[in-house]
Design a protein around this ligand. Sequence first.
Ligand code: G6P
Length: 609
Amino acid sequence: MCGIIGCIGLRDVVPDLVEGLRRLEYRGYDSAGIAVLDGDEIGRRRVKGKVRDLEEDLRRHPLAGGCGIAHTRWATHGRPSEDNAHPHVDCSGTIALVHNGIVENYWSLKERLRGEGHVFRTETDTEVIVHLVEKYFRGSLEGAVRAAVAELEGAFAVACISSRDPGKIVVAKNGPPAVVGLGSGETFISSDITPLLSHTRRVSYMDDGEIAVLTPAGVRFETFAGAPVEKAVETLTWEPAMIEKRGFEHFMAKEIFEQADVVRDTLKSRVSLESGRVFLDDTGIAPAVFREVDRVVFIACGTSYHAGLVGKYLLETLAHVPVDVEYASELRSRDFAMDRRTLVLGISQSGETADTLAALRAAGEKARAVLAVTNNLNSSMARAADGILDLHAGPEIGVAATKTFVGQMAALALFALGFAQAREALGAGESLALVQELQRVPHKMDRVLGRAGDIERAARRYLACEHYLFLGRWINFPIALEGALKLKEISYTHAEGYAGGEMKHGPIALIDEKMTTLAIVPRDRVYEKMLSNIAEVQARSGRILAVAFEDDAKARAVAEEVFPIPEVHQLFSPFLTVLPLQLFAYYSAAAKGLDVDQPRNLAKSVTVE
Ligand code: G6P
């Protein structure tokens, strides 16, 4: 949660910091701020609102300087307001600091610091850090940061500057991500790589318990105890063009339309279309592990949890192995039995979600092995796990996950096939047929996306509808959950996802002419049962939209509107059925004029528990 960026160079860094904040805004967007060293003084601008409001403020009250830090916030302690916006300063106004994370012992620290004469001006937990740095400052900023972090409990990535020790930015990390970008004559710190791409490809990822001292010439790393650390410089592979909108009005639209390519890229070089073999060697988990476990547990949050549910149905069907899918936040509070015969998969596009990371770490102590299914190879989860299943989705900027969801399903389909093959649960012929069918999926996805115009028109027609019930059974039950989540998240419309069979146990009481049911009815093993559900809705005057096969006359006869998808193997229908639902949510939100890419109260990467 929250995005931090800092830059020190030989020219004015303010434009780069603002541009960097724009890239990081998906991490939080209730307030923003910047501080730069301007001669002997720290200049600071903060606003409640978005980065564009900060830009407006900077136009009216310009700032310039060669060393600065900036922040975009998702409030945890202290409501969104200008006073609570970062950067925060110490009593003397000579030290400024930005923070991502939560200081758990802030209350006792605050009481103590107050007692020592420090004056607090905000409701944030962060402010204690800057006062601690002030307290321990003896001429060296890194020395003061070292002493300050020794007193902190909780999660933090902080970046700090001081007019009393200029010419450097000091960063400390324990939890939230921080990556150093090495440019020519300028050095950056950022919460992720997206702001760095337009400046440099050379980066070093900070590990927990490290301090970095940035100067225009480069960076020096040390431990919290002050011991020097040698770090590798890595080269980024993402292109700057991957984080542009490429003519789309919103990132979300661009990302929805990229989904067929995401599946193509995920499959590339991992399957043989001749033998039907799936290669999971690049995960780093030996095939023997797949044979030795007798249970699989998926841990995830939000949309990734829904991908996990799809993965469960795939794995159960293909490998006949018991699978649990668990919300990371819930799992952590439970007495969950797990042993050396359990394989754990943590599913997280960002690889940074605090609950999933903590649950994954705890599982790592008990399970046979832990695999991170992520779009971020350098994330905390990727590093905490024994192996990585990479999504190949490219950067996803829209806060509501779309292409990473499809990438997760593709990765999990491969995993299920590879796992089943390793356990000899799938015959060669069956494997080959499934792999060939999976290979045909992206082309079919393009066909569905090609009909986006029809879905846009339908979304506009249904704009006044305030209540939706999304129904699906078996492998499309998770898609019903995901369709409802998308509509809630970005168009603020009440929507509930339900398993078709559960409708008669409650939601049926809600059905009347004001409730629209969106039924997912591909011709699969539960098709007839879904048709019965639709009939039950129809009998109670509910409105019906359906996602069904192109030639499905039965669905057309009962639904006001059908979003057609090509015929597909029943195990892979979620790749197609989710598309009309994402588009429906997108066009509903866009038609309402809402902020599609940054819906209210949400953040893309939730690094608080
Ligand atoms: C946030 C995002 C969701 C995402 C969830 C899990 O709530 O808004 O879109 O599904 O976090 O994120 P992860 O990075 O772990 O997949």
